[in-house]
Design a protein around this ligand. Structure first.
Ligand code: SF4
Ligand code: SF4
Ligand code: SF4
Ligand code: FES
Length: 582
């Protein structure tokens, strides 16, 4: 707290407190352990004050005030649990329930739903009002996101996430008064709008109205099929987020316990997407050097975030040549698993099922792209979000914090620290610079941390001094920030040579498939955990990973070789009509 900050004295439920001027009643109450119920409020969003569930009584005021939007004042006397406050809150919840499809048992957000939790808190066991719920089907037209309008409480959180964080505004209010709904323009399927399937709306939705497409049953079926060899890869950001759902501190590192859980679930091999990240650095780093030395298209832009790639294809198609052709770590891993690993294991690609655990709903879409496979099979067969993995782990009754630790399997399980930091904004750039610097200078990089690209700023810039050339780089997270950079690229005025963009706030650690309850404060704790993993690993540069070196010696040849191009690179294109999904 700033010492010179003006303080305000007030009482809440007769408890005297002192808080900085400008504090809202809701936060003031939190300082003394009082949780005022709320639904439209989210700590990372602009205040909306729509739902009025946070209504409180303030002495001298005729009407109840919204605790989320009302600043405290000197001498204020607040009461959060009087009869009128309780009656108001119960009435609001009852009205919501009257307009709500109450099939909690079959709802994806069962046991993880703010509306359900608040009804339980207020001992609302059934709704007393006649149901006015409009029967509307779930909208499941794409591989990533499912909408269920009958579960929407019109809190507006999804609208704010899409507009204020991503700058896209694919979701909006439509209609008036009691007919107001949250929908897309002309009520089109999300994939037919400007939506890039990032899932940030699903992360903030307090109910089951926007959720990820559930593919857990597909994985359970594959695990039961004795004719299939089922392998799993796990993204770097999952191991620092999974613990949240099991009561561990945000940012808890549960790598070894997560491997154990996956082995207990029955996967034949448990591998690491970080290995794919090291491979991506090999290809992307060499692609950058090739462009730099051969008057290629610059700035080159990273392409491992599928939400960002979708954004580029839909919103800046004229700039697609700036995207690196290197596939994402997930898809590179899948391609190597179905070729190199299949050879080693004596299996046909069709006998292998590749499952990916990702922080991201857009990864489900990436895996389904026709470009991500060959000879009639996909690089990655099934993508689960972190949330779906949590569901599976709970399904078999495991508690992550108590499991013994295990190591990833070989040979696609060994990764460098550079691979680990891919999950944080700036991580791909830092990992690439560690390799690019050594390739260009031929010298050992002693200090591997590039602090200029770390941190939570929306756009970070730096200049890297290489022999004969200064390389100007930029790092951006969220598409609202990306747009600022893209306007320059489109106009041809970009000052940069190499740009990293991640669609989600904080990078993958804040992805749209991460545990419900993710906030920016939690994102920062996860980023710190990834840097801690990197700091403690013996190998911190992708090109020093011995299993990556063996892969090139025995199978791929050189980075950017013909075989590397065939398996590890792809192309992107303008999206002028909606994708069609089965
Ligand atoms: S959204 Fe919540 S309250 Fe509604 S059905 Fe699902 S779990 Fe129940
Ligand atoms: S998935 Fe992303 S882009 Fe699409 S509506 Fe949700 S927040 Fe907006
Ligand atoms: S979809 Fe979810 S986040 Fe959006 S308004 Fe409805 S309940 Fe709120
Ligand atoms: S939480 Fe305050 S009005 Fe909705």
């Amino acid at each position: 707290m700033n010492e010179s900050q003006e303080m305000v004295k007030l009482t809440i439920n007769n408890i005297p407190i002192e808080v900085p001027k400008g504090t809202k009643i809701m936060q003031a109450a939190q300082t003394i352990g009082i949780d005022i119920p709320h639904l439209c409020y989210h700590e990372d969003q602009r205040i909306k004050a729509h739902c009025r569930l946070c209504s409180v009584e303030v002495t001298g005021k005729k009407r109840l005030l919204a605790a989320c939007s009302t600043e405290v004042w000197e001498g204020m006397d607040v009461h959060t649990d009087t009869q009128i406050v309780r009656d108001t809150q119960v009435s609001i919840l009852q009205l919501m329930l009257a307009n709500h499809h109450k099939d909690c048992l079959s709802c994806p957000r069962n046991q993880n739903c703010d509306l359900q939790r608040l009804c339980s808190r207020f001992n609302i066991l059934e709704s007393h009002l006649p149901s006015v719920v409009k029967e509307e089907p779930r909208i499941e037209t794409n591989p990533s996101i499912v909408r269920d309008p009958s579960k929407c409480i019109r809190c507006g959180r999804c609208i704010r996430a899409c507009k204020d964080v991503q700058g896209i505004a694919a979701l909006t209010y439509a209609g008036r008064s009691s007919d107001i709904v949250v929908t897309t323009a002309f009520n089109k399927p999300m994939e037919a709008t400007d939506c890039i399937l990032c899932g940030q709306c699903s992360l903030v939705c307090p109910t089951g109205a926007i959720v990820e497409k559930d593919d857990t049953q597909k994985v359970l079926d594959a695990l039961q099929d004795n004719t299939k060899h089922v392998i799993v890869q796990v993204a770097p950001s999952v191991r620092v987020a999974l613990g949240d759902a099991f009561g561990l501190e945000p940012g808890a590192i549960v790598t070894g316990q997560m491997v154990t859980a996956l082995k207990l679930l029955g996967f034949d091999k448990v591998f690491d997407t970080n290995f794919g990240a090291d491979l991506t650095i090999m290809e992307e780093g060499h692609e950058f050097l090739h462009r730099l030395n051969n008057d290629g298209v610059l700035p080159m832009m990273t392409s491992c975030s599928p939400g960002w790639v979708n954004y580029m294809e839909k919103h800046f198609p004229s700039c697609i040549d700036h995207l690196s052709s290197a596939k994402s770590p997930m898809s590179m891993f899948g391609a190597i698993a179905k070729t190199y690993y299949a050879q080693q294991a004596g299996l046909k690609p069709q006998e292998i099922v590749t499952v990916s655990i990702m922080p991201c709903t857009a990864k489900k879409f990436e895996a389904a792209r026709p470009e991500m496979g060959r000879d009639g099979y996909q690089d990655v067969d099934i993508v689960l979000t972190t949330r779906e993995l949590i569901k599976l782990i709970k399904y078999v009754g495991l508690s992550i914090g108590k499991l013994p630790e295990n190591d990833f399997d070989s040979p696609l399980g060994l990764a460098s620290g550079a691979g680990a930091i891919f999950g944080a904004t700036g991580g791909v750039m830092e990992a690439a610079l560690r390799t690019v610097y050594e390739k260009v200078t031929g010298k050992t990089l002693e200090k591997v941390e590039f602090m200029d690209v770390r941190g939570f700023d929306g756009i970070k810039e730096a200049t890297i001094h290489l022999p004969g050339r200064d390389v100007r780089i930029a790092v951006a997270h969220t598409l609202k920030n990306a747009r600022k950079i893209m306007e320059q690229v489109k106009k041809g005025t970009s000052p940069y040579d190499f740009i990293e963009i991640m669609a989600c706030p904080g990078g993958c650690i804040g992805g749209g498939g991460q545990p419900i309850g993710t906030t920016n404060a939690i994102r920062k704790q996860r980023i710190a955990a990834l840097y801690e993993i990197d700091r403690t690993l013996p190998i911190r540069k992708s090109h020093e990973n011995p299993d990556i070196q063996t892969l090139y010696q025995d199978f791929l040849g050189e980075p950017l070789s013909e075989r590397a191009h065939e398996l590890l690179h792809t192309h992107y294109h303008k999206v002028d009509k909606p994708y069609q999904f089965d």
